[in-house]
Design a protein around this ligand. Sequence first.
Ligand SMILES: *Cc1c(COP(=O)(O)O)cnc(C)c1O
Length: 416
Amino acid sequence: MELDLIRKNDAEIADLIEEELKRQQNTIELIASENFTSETVIAAAGTVLTNKYAEGKPGKRYYNGCEVIDKIEKIAQERVKKLFGAEHANVQPHSGAQANMAVFLYTLKPGDKVLSMDLSNGGHLSHGSPVNFSGMYFDVVSYGVNEEGFIDYDEVEKLALENKPKLIIAGASNYPRIIDFKRFREIADKVGAYLLADIAHIAGLVATGLHPSPVGYAHFVTTTTHKTLRGPRGGVIMCGEEHALGIDKAVFPGTQGGPLEHIIAAKAIAFGEALKPEYKEYCKNVIANANALAQTLVDNGLDVVSGGTDNHLLTLDLRKIGRTGKDIANLLEEVHVTANKNTVPNDPQSPFVTSGVRLGAAAVTTRGFTVEDMKVVGEIITNVVKHSDDKDIMDKSAKMALELCKKHPLYAKEGA
Ligand SMILES: *Cc1c(COP(=O)(O)O)cnc(C)c1O
């Protein structure tokens, strides 16, 4: 990172960037939506490409001087299409929420019906939450998960048949199990709905064949690029050729202005990294690590939603223990573990308090954490849940966490 240059010219901001780097280095990052992108990706995001206006798309821009930008954006498109086997890709969405917004704009008119997963059951704000534009301008019907924490596809079908939505969304921010995209498409076809698969969280697992792909089933696939995919913060939309023009127009001029070409270059690099065999190994390790963490918690007598995980994340269910997600997430912070509170299915607590903590393995696996390390992480979390009143155990847990951070350095190479 160009920290020296920044320090020379703006010490106030440089100091804070360094403080944040230290925070990332000295905490066990279990926020399931976060990851550590490569230094190459970070470098590309900090380049002169930020200076260029490139409204439009490669070969069809509104401003002159886009010949080089066009080449970069085309490479990003080609790489992401290859990664997912998609016919068409738009790499301009600034974020996952922006990608979804463009699909809404293309497929729906205000007041149209949408069937999506309830936020408190693992869905995402941009899938129709009342506080998001998607919930304000559209008529949203929600499905949830059953008592065991699994999507009940018969229930989804029943809701679809009853409500005849125009758009069905498959995909979640907090669902630890395989999503059956084929079944979702069958349901969508029964009612003539479009199917949007939002793979923001599981994109890396889908790209490497470790989770079944929605490509070929969903009419539209949206994703973020910064979660398991391990790229810069951003979004992508993929679809078949028949929707390419409409989706491109929905991104620009429909919902965005100039694309962030420095971020698109960083996305291209991240897609290139994800096409390498090492990345598949990484994704395999992510799943193994999430499993080891879930198993350790269960072995220690704690509950996890659905009893385990098929992917990179899991949710600790604190109802039986009588603790709240808010308290435990704050206590974890005291022992150098970062995670977020999250509702569990049928949560008796409010979304600000919650009875769960969501835990993800994508970021720590990038640092090199192994299954053995994850067992230690599981012990640290168990200590906090069961013995937060015992200062000695809390101190010992903090030490264990810092040791793991030291064992797996982050951005420690020269120049970082
Ligand atoms: C994270 C996430 C998003 C939104 O991503 P942002 O980049 O934060 O806008 C959309 N959908 C799902 C399912 C997500 O998990």
